[in-house]
Design a protein around this ligand. Sequence first.
Ligand code: GLU
Length: 497
Amino acid sequence: MTKKIQQIQVRTRIAPSPTGPAHIGTARTALFNYLFAKQNNGKFILRIEDTDKERSEQKWTDEIIEELKWLGISWDEGPDISGEFEPYKQSQRLDIYKKYLEQLLIEEKAYYCFCTEEELEAKRQEQMGRGLAPKYDGKCTHLSKEIVDKNIAEGKSSVIRFKVQNKKVKFDDLIRGQVEFDASLLGDVVIAKNLSSPLYHFAVVVDDFLMQISHVIRGEEHLSNTPRQILIQEALGFYKPIYAHLPLMLNLDKSKMSKRQGDVAISDYHKNGYLPEALINFMVLLGWNPGTDKEMFTLAHLVKEFSIEKVQKAGAVFNVQRLDFLNGLYIREKAIDKLTELCIPYLKESGLLVEGQFSQNKLQEIVEVSRTRMKKLSEISSLSDFFFSNKLIYDKDLLQWQKAEDEAIKESLMFSRNILLENKTWELKDLETELFTGAEKFNLQKGYPEKNKGYLLWPLRVALSGKSTSPSPFEIAYILGKEKTLKLVDEAIKIIS
Ligand code: GLU
Protein backbone atom coordinates (compact mmCIF):
# COMPACT_ATOMS: atom_id res chain seq x y z
CA MET A 1 0.00 0.00 0.00
CA THR A 2 1.23 3.49 -0.83
CA LYS A 3 2.46 5.94 1.73
CA LYS A 4 -0.09 8.70 1.63
CA ILE A 5 0.98 12.30 1.51
CA GLN A 6 -0.68 14.00 4.40
CA GLN A 7 0.33 17.58 4.84
CA ILE A 8 -0.58 19.13 1.54
CA GLN A 9 -3.62 19.00 -0.68
CA VAL A 10 -2.52 16.87 -3.59
CA ARG A 11 -3.28 18.51 -6.93
CA THR A 12 -2.03 16.91 -10.11
CA ARG A 13 -2.62 17.77 -13.72
CA ILE A 14 -2.42 16.58 -17.27
CA ALA A 15 -1.42 19.40 -19.58
CA PRO A 16 -1.65 18.24 -23.18
CA SER A 17 -1.01 20.42 -26.19
CA PRO A 18 -3.83 20.05 -28.72
CA THR A 19 -1.57 19.92 -31.76
CA GLY A 20 -2.47 16.46 -33.04
CA PRO A 21 -4.38 13.28 -32.22
CA ALA A 22 -4.46 12.57 -28.47
CA HIS A 23 -1.38 10.46 -27.80
CA ILE A 24 -1.34 7.18 -25.91
CA GLY A 25 1.51 8.64 -23.81
CA THR A 26 -0.85 11.42 -22.72
CA ALA A 27 -3.34 8.77 -21.65
CA ARG A 28 -0.76 6.99 -19.52
CA THR A 29 0.41 10.24 -17.93
CA ALA A 30 -3.20 11.20 -17.28
CA LEU A 31 -3.83 7.82 -15.67
CA PHE A 32 -0.86 8.06 -13.30
CA ASN A 33 -1.81 11.60 -12.32
CA TYR A 34 -5.43 10.58 -11.82
CA LEU A 35 -4.50 7.59 -9.66
CA PHE A 36 -2.06 9.57 -7.57
CA ALA A 37 -4.57 12.34 -6.95
CA LYS A 38 -7.43 9.97 -6.13
CA GLN A 39 -5.45 7.85 -3.71
CA ASN A 40 -4.39 10.95 -1.83
CA ASN A 41 -7.87 12.51 -1.75
CA GLY A 42 -6.56 15.13 -4.07
CA LYS A 43 -7.72 16.78 -7.25
CA PHE A 44 -6.83 16.02 -10.84
CA ILE A 45 -6.89 18.85 -13.33
CA LEU A 46 -7.04 18.98 -17.11
CA ARG A 47 -5.30 21.99 -18.58
CA ILE A 48 -5.05 22.59 -22.29
CA GLU A 49 -1.69 24.02 -23.30
CA ASP A 50 -2.55 25.74 -26.55
CA THR A 51 -0.07 28.58 -26.64
CA ASP A 52 1.18 27.38 -30.01
CA LYS A 53 -1.43 29.23 -32.06
CA GLU A 54 -0.40 27.82 -35.42
CA ARG A 55 -0.53 24.18 -34.43
CA SER A 56 -3.31 24.09 -31.81
CA GLU A 57 -6.82 23.19 -32.94
CA GLN A 58 -10.12 22.89 -31.12
CA LYS A 59 -10.77 19.49 -32.69
CA TRP A 60 -7.72 18.08 -30.91
CA THR A 61 -8.89 19.52 -27.60
CA ASP A 62 -12.25 17.86 -28.20
CA GLU A 63 -10.52 14.61 -29.00
CA ILE A 64 -8.41 14.71 -25.82
CA ILE A 65 -11.55 15.22 -23.75
CA GLU A 66 -13.49 12.55 -25.60
CA GLU A 67 -10.79 9.87 -25.47
CA LEU A 68 -9.86 10.43 -21.83
CA LYS A 69 -13.53 10.20 -20.94
CA TRP A 70 -13.82 7.02 -22.98
CA LEU A 71 -10.99 5.59 -20.89
CA GLY A 72 -12.93 6.43 -17.75
CA ILE A 73 -10.44 9.04 -16.55
CA SER A 74 -12.26 12.03 -15.13
CA TRP A 75 -10.98 15.35 -13.83
CA ASP A 76 -12.12 17.66 -11.09
CA GLU A 77 -11.32 20.88 -12.91
CA GLY A 78 -10.90 21.48 -16.60
CA PRO A 79 -11.97 23.55 -19.61
CA ASP A 80 -15.21 21.60 -20.03
CA ILE A 81 -16.30 21.78 -16.39
CA SER A 82 -14.57 24.93 -15.10
CA GLY A 83 -13.23 25.23 -11.54
CA GLU A 84 -11.72 27.54 -8.96
CA PHE A 85 -8.64 28.37 -11.03
CA GLU A 86 -10.24 28.81 -14.44
CA PRO A 87 -9.77 29.32 -17.29
CA TYR A 88 -8.07 25.99 -18.01
CA LYS A 89 -7.00 26.82 -21.52
CA GLN A 90 -3.75 28.70 -21.84
CA SER A 91 -4.99 30.71 -24.82
CA GLN A 92 -7.52 32.28 -22.43
CA ARG A 93 -4.87 33.19 -19.86
CA LEU A 94 -2.65 35.48 -21.90
CA ASP A 95 -3.21 38.52 -19.64
CA ILE A 96 -2.03 36.49 -16.67
CA TYR A 97 1.24 35.50 -18.33
CA LYS A 98 1.79 39.06 -19.51
CA LYS A 99 1.81 40.32 -15.94
CA TYR A 100 4.49 37.82 -14.93
CA LEU A 101 6.54 38.44 -18.07
CA GLU A 102 6.54 42.16 -17.26
CA GLN A 103 7.61 41.39 -13.72
CA LEU A 104 10.64 39.45 -14.96
CA LEU A 105 11.53 42.18 -17.46
CA ILE A 106 11.29 44.92 -14.81
CA GLU A 107 13.39 42.90 -12.41
CA GLU A 108 15.87 42.29 -15.24
CA LYS A 109 15.52 38.57 -14.89
CA ALA A 110 14.44 38.45 -18.52
CA TYR A 111 15.30 40.59 -21.52
CA TYR A 112 14.40 41.25 -25.14
CA CYS A 113 16.62 39.51 -27.62
CA PHE A 114 16.86 40.78 -31.22
CA CYS A 115 19.24 38.18 -32.61
CA THR A 116 18.05 36.85 -35.94
CA GLU A 117 17.63 33.17 -36.77
CA GLU A 118 20.55 33.39 -39.21
CA GLU A 119 22.79 34.95 -36.58
CA LEU A 120 21.87 32.29 -34.03
CA GLU A 121 22.39 29.51 -36.51
CA ALA A 122 25.83 30.81 -37.49
CA LYS A 123 26.81 30.95 -33.81
CA ARG A 124 25.53 27.44 -33.25
CA GLN A 125 27.59 26.17 -36.15
CA GLU A 126 30.65 28.01 -34.95
CA GLN A 127 30.31 26.59 -31.41
CA MET A 128 29.79 23.09 -32.69
CA GLY A 129 32.82 23.53 -34.96
CA ARG A 130 34.86 24.19 -31.83
CA GLY A 131 33.45 21.04 -30.24
CA LEU A 132 31.24 22.97 -27.83
CA ALA A 133 27.59 22.29 -27.01
CA PRO A 134 25.57 25.10 -28.65
CA LYS A 135 24.12 27.66 -26.28
CA TYR A 136 22.97 31.27 -26.57
CA ASP A 137 25.97 33.54 -26.03
CA GLY A 138 24.08 36.25 -24.17
CA LYS A 139 24.62 38.97 -26.78
CA CYS A 140 21.41 40.87 -25.96
CA THR A 141 21.63 40.50 -22.17
CA HIS A 142 22.86 44.01 -21.54
CA LEU A 143 21.09 46.11 -24.17
CA SER A 144 20.11 49.49 -22.74
CA LYS A 145 16.46 50.39 -22.32
CA GLU A 146 16.82 53.02 -25.06
CA ILE A 147 18.09 50.51 -27.58
CA VAL A 148 15.38 48.04 -26.68
CA ASP A 149 12.65 50.69 -26.98
CA LYS A 150 14.10 51.92 -30.27
CA ASN A 151 14.32 48.41 -31.73
CA ILE A 152 10.77 47.65 -30.70
CA ALA A 153 9.52 50.99 -32.08
CA GLU A 154 11.24 50.15 -35.37
CA GLY A 155 9.39 46.85 -35.41
CA LYS A 156 12.52 44.71 -35.18
CA SER A 157 11.53 41.18 -34.47
CA SER A 158 12.39 39.96 -31.01
CA VAL A 159 11.80 37.33 -28.35
CA ILE A 160 11.95 37.42 -24.57
CA ARG A 161 14.74 35.45 -22.98
CA PHE A 162 15.06 34.34 -19.40
CA LYS A 163 18.44 34.77 -17.75
CA VAL A 164 19.57 31.34 -16.70
CA GLN A 165 21.90 31.48 -13.73
CA ASN A 166 25.09 29.50 -13.80
CA LYS A 167 24.40 27.14 -10.99
CA LYS A 168 23.53 23.57 -10.18
CA VAL A 169 19.82 22.86 -10.06
CA LYS A 170 18.80 19.97 -7.83
CA PHE A 171 15.43 18.40 -7.22
CA ASP A 172 14.04 15.20 -5.74
CA ASP A 173 12.13 13.14 -8.23
CA LEU A 174 9.71 10.60 -6.76
CA ILE A 175 10.84 8.05 -9.32
CA ARG A 176 14.44 8.99 -10.03
CA GLY A 177 15.61 10.16 -6.63
CA GLN A 178 17.87 13.20 -6.56
CA VAL A 179 18.44 14.74 -9.96
CA GLU A 180 21.06 17.39 -10.60
CA PHE A 181 21.62 19.55 -13.65
CA ASP A 182 24.34 22.04 -14.43
CA ALA A 183 22.35 25.07 -15.58
CA SER A 184 25.47 26.76 -16.94
CA LEU A 185 25.15 24.46 -19.93
CA LEU A 186 21.67 25.65 -20.80
CA GLY A 187 22.01 29.21 -22.04
CA ASP A 188 19.29 31.84 -21.67
CA VAL A 189 16.00 30.32 -22.65
CA VAL A 190 13.34 31.92 -24.83
CA ILE A 191 10.18 32.16 -22.72
CA ALA A 192 7.96 34.25 -24.99
CA LYS A 193 7.70 35.52 -28.52
CA ASN A 194 6.34 38.75 -27.08
CA LEU A 195 4.29 39.88 -24.07
CA SER A 196 1.15 38.28 -25.49
CA SER A 197 2.74 35.07 -26.75
CA PRO A 198 4.33 33.12 -23.93
CA LEU A 199 5.99 29.80 -24.67
CA TYR A 200 5.68 26.45 -22.96
CA HIS A 201 8.39 26.78 -20.25
CA PHE A 202 6.93 30.00 -19.00
CA ALA A 203 3.21 29.30 -19.20
CA VAL A 204 3.61 25.89 -17.56
CA VAL A 205 5.41 27.39 -14.57
CA VAL A 206 2.88 30.18 -14.08
CA ASP A 207 -0.06 27.83 -14.36
CA ASP A 208 1.31 25.12 -12.12
CA PHE A 209 1.83 27.80 -9.50
CA LEU A 210 -1.53 29.56 -9.89
CA MET A 211 -3.43 26.29 -10.09
CA GLN A 212 -1.61 25.14 -6.94
CA ILE A 213 -0.28 21.99 -8.53
CA SER A 214 1.49 19.99 -5.83
CA HIS A 215 2.92 17.20 -8.00
CA VAL A 216 4.09 17.37 -11.59
CA ILE A 217 3.93 13.82 -12.91
CA ARG A 218 4.93 13.66 -16.56
CA GLY A 219 7.00 11.75 -19.11
CA GLU A 220 10.76 11.44 -18.98
CA GLU A 221 11.05 13.49 -22.16
CA HIS A 222 10.36 16.50 -19.92
CA LEU A 223 13.14 15.74 -17.44
CA SER A 224 15.56 18.11 -19.11
CA ASN A 225 12.90 20.86 -19.07
CA THR A 226 12.64 20.71 -15.31
CA PRO A 227 15.81 22.66 -14.39
CA ARG A 228 14.74 25.55 -16.66
CA GLN A 229 11.30 25.54 -15.13
CA ILE A 230 12.67 25.45 -11.58
CA LEU A 231 14.85 28.47 -12.33
CA ILE A 232 11.83 30.35 -13.68
CA GLN A 233 9.89 29.41 -10.54
CA GLU A 234 12.71 30.74 -8.38
CA ALA A 235 12.88 33.97 -10.36
CA LEU A 236 9.15 34.52 -9.87
CA GLY A 237 9.26 33.57 -6.20
CA PHE A 238 7.04 30.50 -6.70
CA TYR A 239 7.14 27.29 -4.69
CA LYS A 240 8.59 24.20 -6.32
CA PRO A 241 6.16 21.33 -6.97
CA ILE A 242 7.24 17.74 -6.36
CA TYR A 243 8.32 16.06 -9.59
CA ALA A 244 7.95 12.52 -10.88
CA HIS A 245 9.15 11.66 -14.38
CA LEU A 246 7.59 8.54 -15.82
CA PRO A 247 9.71 6.15 -17.88
CA LEU A 248 9.73 6.50 -21.65
CA MET A 249 7.43 4.27 -23.64
CA LEU A 250 9.44 2.11 -26.02
CA ASN A 251 8.81 -0.08 -29.05
CA LEU A 252 9.69 -3.76 -28.82
CA ASP A 253 13.11 -2.96 -30.31
CA LYS A 254 13.62 -0.45 -27.46
CA SER A 255 13.43 2.54 -29.78
CA LYS A 256 11.27 5.46 -28.66
CA MET A 257 7.62 4.86 -29.52
CA SER A 258 6.73 6.56 -32.74
CA LYS A 259 3.99 6.60 -35.30
CA ARG A 260 6.20 4.82 -37.80
CA GLN A 261 6.22 1.63 -35.75
CA GLY A 262 2.57 1.42 -34.82
CA ASP A 263 -0.43 3.23 -33.46
CA VAL A 264 0.19 6.09 -31.08
CA ALA A 265 -3.20 7.82 -30.98
CA ILE A 266 -5.68 6.79 -28.28
CA SER A 267 -8.37 6.92 -30.96
CA ASP A 268 -6.55 4.21 -32.97
CA TYR A 269 -6.89 1.82 -30.04
CA HIS A 270 -10.46 2.93 -29.48
CA LYS A 271 -11.39 2.35 -33.14
CA ASN A 272 -9.61 -0.98 -33.38
CA GLY A 273 -11.76 -2.38 -30.64
CA TYR A 274 -9.75 -2.30 -27.46
CA LEU A 275 -11.80 -2.00 -24.32
CA PRO A 276 -11.01 0.98 -22.13
CA GLU A 277 -10.65 -1.35 -19.11
CA ALA A 278 -7.99 -3.33 -20.94
CA LEU A 279 -6.12 -0.26 -22.10
CA ILE A 280 -6.12 1.20 -18.57
CA ASN A 281 -4.85 -2.10 -17.21
CA PHE A 282 -2.18 -2.29 -19.87
CA MET A 283 -1.06 1.31 -19.49
CA VAL A 284 -0.63 1.20 -15.75
CA LEU A 285 1.79 -1.67 -16.21
CA LEU A 286 3.87 0.52 -18.51
CA GLY A 287 6.19 1.54 -15.74
CA TRP A 288 4.39 0.35 -12.63
CA ASN A 289 4.99 -3.08 -11.23
CA PRO A 290 2.53 -4.28 -8.60
CA GLY A 291 5.14 -6.66 -7.20
CA THR A 292 2.68 -9.58 -7.36
CA ASP A 293 1.44 -11.94 -10.05
CA LYS A 294 -1.86 -10.15 -10.23
CA GLU A 295 -2.58 -9.18 -13.78
CA MET A 296 -6.02 -7.64 -13.93
CA PHE A 297 -6.70 -4.32 -12.28
CA THR A 298 -9.77 -2.15 -12.51
CA LEU A 299 -9.48 1.59 -12.15
CA ALA A 300 -11.03 1.34 -8.69
CA HIS A 301 -8.49 -1.30 -7.61
CA LEU A 302 -5.70 0.78 -8.99
CA VAL A 303 -6.66 3.78 -6.92
CA LYS A 304 -5.95 1.59 -3.89
CA GLU A 305 -2.97 -0.37 -5.13
CA PHE A 306 -0.98 1.92 -7.38
CA SER A 307 2.11 3.42 -5.85
CA ILE A 308 4.28 6.01 -7.52
CA GLU A 309 7.34 4.81 -5.60
CA LYS A 310 7.09 1.50 -7.42
CA VAL A 311 7.32 3.08 -10.85
CA GLN A 312 10.52 2.06 -12.60
CA LYS A 313 13.10 4.36 -14.12
CA ALA A 314 13.91 2.17 -17.10
CA GLY A 315 11.92 2.55 -20.31
CA ALA A 316 8.67 0.60 -20.49
CA VAL A 317 8.16 -1.57 -23.56
CA PHE A 318 4.80 -1.17 -25.26
CA ASN A 319 4.05 -4.74 -26.19
CA VAL A 320 0.91 -4.88 -28.31
CA GLN A 321 0.72 -8.65 -27.87
CA ARG A 322 0.33 -8.16 -24.16
CA LEU A 323 -2.36 -5.59 -24.79
CA ASP A 324 -4.16 -8.05 -27.08
CA PHE A 325 -3.92 -10.72 -24.43
CA LEU A 326 -5.37 -8.44 -21.75
CA ASN A 327 -8.06 -7.22 -24.12
CA GLY A 328 -9.04 -10.83 -24.80
CA LEU A 329 -9.39 -11.41 -21.05
CA TYR A 330 -11.64 -8.39 -20.68
CA ILE A 331 -13.69 -9.36 -23.72
CA ARG A 332 -14.33 -12.76 -22.17
CA GLU A 333 -15.38 -11.14 -18.89
CA LYS A 334 -17.68 -8.52 -20.31
CA ALA A 335 -21.43 -8.87 -19.78
CA ILE A 336 -22.75 -10.34 -23.03
CA ASP A 337 -25.37 -7.67 -23.64
CA LYS A 338 -22.75 -4.93 -23.29
CA LEU A 339 -20.27 -6.78 -25.47
CA THR A 340 -22.90 -7.27 -28.16
CA GLU A 341 -23.71 -3.57 -28.13
CA LEU A 342 -20.01 -2.85 -28.64
CA CYS A 343 -19.71 -5.37 -31.49
CA ILE A 344 -22.74 -4.18 -33.45
CA PRO A 345 -21.06 -1.08 -34.96
CA TYR A 346 -18.23 -3.28 -36.30
CA LEU A 347 -20.70 -5.72 -37.85
CA LYS A 348 -22.57 -2.86 -39.45
CA GLU A 349 -19.45 -1.14 -40.66
CA SER A 350 -18.22 -4.28 -42.39
CA GLY A 351 -21.59 -4.54 -44.11
CA LEU A 352 -22.45 -7.89 -42.52
CA LEU A 353 -25.28 -6.84 -40.28
CA VAL A 354 -28.33 -5.40 -41.90
CA GLU A 355 -30.87 -3.63 -39.67
CA GLY A 356 -33.54 -6.03 -38.43
CA GLN A 357 -31.81 -9.14 -39.76
CA PHE A 358 -31.28 -10.72 -36.35
CA SER A 359 -32.97 -10.33 -33.01
CA GLN A 360 -30.91 -8.99 -30.12
CA ASN A 361 -30.89 -12.52 -28.67
CA LYS A 362 -29.51 -14.04 -31.84
CA LEU A 363 -26.79 -11.41 -32.01
CA GLN A 364 -25.86 -12.13 -28.43
CA GLU A 365 -25.57 -15.81 -29.26
CA ILE A 366 -23.30 -15.03 -32.20
CA VAL A 367 -21.08 -12.81 -30.08
CA GLU A 368 -21.06 -15.35 -27.26
CA VAL A 369 -19.72 -18.16 -29.43
CA SER A 370 -17.18 -15.85 -31.08
CA ARG A 371 -15.75 -14.08 -28.07
CA THR A 372 -13.33 -16.79 -26.98
CA ARG A 373 -11.32 -16.16 -30.12
CA MET A 374 -11.59 -12.39 -30.05
CA LYS A 375 -8.68 -10.20 -29.11
CA LYS A 376 -10.23 -7.02 -30.43
CA LEU A 377 -13.84 -6.04 -31.01
CA SER A 378 -13.03 -5.37 -34.66
CA GLU A 379 -12.35 -9.09 -35.11
CA ILE A 380 -16.01 -9.93 -34.59
CA SER A 381 -16.63 -9.54 -38.32
CA SER A 382 -14.04 -12.00 -39.56
CA LEU A 383 -14.91 -14.42 -36.75
CA SER A 384 -18.63 -14.48 -37.39
CA ASP A 385 -19.15 -13.50 -41.04
CA PHE A 386 -20.58 -16.94 -41.97
CA PHE A 387 -23.57 -16.36 -39.71
CA PHE A 388 -24.57 -13.45 -41.88
CA SER A 389 -24.11 -14.76 -45.39
CA ASN A 390 -26.42 -16.95 -47.37
CA LYS A 391 -23.77 -18.68 -49.40
CA LEU A 392 -20.44 -19.93 -48.14
CA ILE A 393 -17.45 -20.05 -50.39
CA TYR A 394 -14.70 -22.50 -49.48
CA ASP A 395 -12.40 -24.97 -51.06
CA LYS A 396 -13.64 -28.54 -51.32
CA ASP A 397 -10.40 -29.78 -49.71
CA LEU A 398 -11.27 -27.97 -46.52
CA LEU A 399 -14.01 -30.52 -45.91
CA GLN A 400 -11.47 -33.30 -45.75
CA TRP A 401 -10.55 -34.78 -42.37
CA GLN A 402 -7.32 -36.77 -42.10
CA LYS A 403 -7.08 -37.98 -45.66
CA ALA A 404 -10.62 -39.33 -45.75
CA GLU A 405 -11.79 -39.97 -49.33
CA ASP A 406 -14.45 -37.72 -50.89
CA GLU A 407 -16.92 -40.55 -50.70
CA ALA A 408 -16.31 -41.00 -46.96
CA ILE A 409 -16.77 -37.26 -46.39
CA LYS A 410 -20.01 -37.35 -48.28
CA GLU A 411 -21.15 -40.22 -46.07
CA SER A 412 -20.11 -38.29 -42.99
CA LEU A 413 -22.13 -35.26 -44.09
CA MET A 414 -25.15 -37.40 -44.87
CA PHE A 415 -24.84 -39.08 -41.48
CA SER A 416 -24.81 -35.66 -39.78
CA ARG A 417 -27.68 -34.49 -41.94
CA ASN A 418 -29.77 -37.35 -40.74
CA ILE A 419 -29.06 -36.62 -37.10
CA LEU A 420 -29.93 -32.98 -37.61
CA LEU A 421 -33.07 -33.81 -39.52
CA GLU A 422 -34.29 -36.15 -36.80
CA ASN A 423 -33.62 -33.70 -34.01
CA LYS A 424 -36.83 -32.53 -32.38
CA THR A 425 -35.81 -29.74 -30.04
CA TRP A 426 -32.98 -27.80 -31.70
CA GLU A 427 -31.60 -27.17 -28.24
CA LEU A 428 -27.84 -26.70 -27.99
CA LYS A 429 -27.43 -29.44 -25.40
CA ASP A 430 -29.41 -31.96 -27.48
CA LEU A 431 -27.56 -31.12 -30.68
CA GLU A 432 -24.27 -31.59 -28.88
CA THR A 433 -25.22 -34.92 -27.32
CA GLU A 434 -26.74 -36.30 -30.50
CA LEU A 435 -23.79 -35.31 -32.65
CA PHE A 436 -21.27 -36.67 -30.15
CA THR A 437 -23.09 -39.98 -29.91
CA GLY A 438 -23.45 -39.95 -33.67
CA ALA A 439 -19.70 -39.44 -34.08
CA GLU A 440 -19.00 -42.56 -32.02
CA LYS A 441 -21.50 -44.59 -34.02
CA PHE A 442 -20.09 -43.30 -37.29
CA ASN A 443 -16.54 -44.26 -36.26
CA LEU A 444 -17.69 -47.73 -35.26
CA GLN A 445 -19.56 -48.17 -38.51
CA LYS A 446 -16.57 -47.03 -40.59
CA GLY A 447 -13.89 -48.66 -38.48
CA TYR A 448 -12.30 -45.30 -37.59
CA PRO A 449 -10.54 -44.82 -34.23
CA GLU A 450 -13.24 -44.54 -31.59
CA LYS A 451 -12.17 -41.22 -30.06
CA ASN A 452 -11.49 -39.36 -33.30
CA LYS A 453 -14.69 -37.36 -33.56
CA GLY A 454 -13.30 -35.25 -36.40
CA TYR A 455 -14.52 -37.76 -38.99
CA LEU A 456 -18.04 -36.63 -38.32
CA LEU A 457 -17.65 -33.19 -36.83
CA TRP A 458 -14.99 -31.60 -39.04
CA PRO A 459 -16.83 -31.81 -42.37
CA LEU A 460 -20.00 -30.61 -40.69
CA ARG A 461 -18.24 -27.69 -39.05
CA VAL A 462 -16.70 -26.66 -42.38
CA ALA A 463 -20.06 -27.07 -44.11
CA LEU A 464 -21.61 -24.63 -41.63
CA SER A 465 -18.78 -22.10 -41.37
CA GLY A 466 -16.65 -22.45 -44.50
CA LYS A 467 -13.62 -21.97 -42.26
CA SER A 468 -10.75 -23.93 -40.78
CA THR A 469 -11.42 -22.44 -37.35
CA SER A 470 -14.81 -21.56 -35.96
CA PRO A 471 -17.10 -22.36 -33.05
CA SER A 472 -18.27 -25.97 -32.79
CA PRO A 473 -20.79 -27.31 -35.34
CA PHE A 474 -23.51 -27.66 -32.68
CA GLU A 475 -23.10 -24.03 -31.63
CA ILE A 476 -23.29 -22.86 -35.24
CA ALA A 477 -26.21 -25.14 -36.08
CA TYR A 478 -28.07 -24.02 -32.99
CA ILE A 479 -27.69 -20.35 -33.96
CA LEU A 480 -28.45 -20.87 -37.67
CA GLY A 481 -31.61 -22.87 -37.06
CA LYS A 482 -32.66 -26.13 -38.66
CA GLU A 483 -33.60 -24.93 -42.10
CA LYS A 484 -30.42 -23.00 -42.83
CA THR A 485 -28.25 -25.69 -41.28
CA LEU A 486 -29.72 -28.41 -43.49
CA LYS A 487 -29.38 -26.20 -46.52
CA LEU A 488 -25.66 -25.65 -45.86
CA VAL A 489 -25.09 -29.38 -45.33
CA ASP A 490 -26.82 -30.07 -48.64
CA GLU A 491 -24.57 -27.56 -50.36
CA ALA A 492 -21.49 -29.22 -48.89
CA ILE A 493 -22.73 -32.61 -50.10
CA LYS A 494 -23.05 -31.11 -53.56
CA ILE A 495 -19.53 -29.69 -53.40
CA ILE A 496 -18.00 -33.02 -52.44
CA SER A 497 -20.09 -35.10 -54.85
N1 GLU B 1 2.14 20.70 -22.89
C1 GLU B 1 3.17 19.81 -22.48
C2 GLU B 1 3.05 18.53 -23.30
O1 GLU B 1 2.04 18.32 -23.92
C3 GLU B 1 3.03 19.55 -21.01
C4 GLU B 1 4.25 19.04 -20.37
C5 GLU B 1 4.15 19.06 -18.87
O2 GLU B 1 3.44 18.21 -18.34
O3 GLU B 1 4.75 19.92 -18.26
O4 GLU B 1 3.95 17.74 -23.35
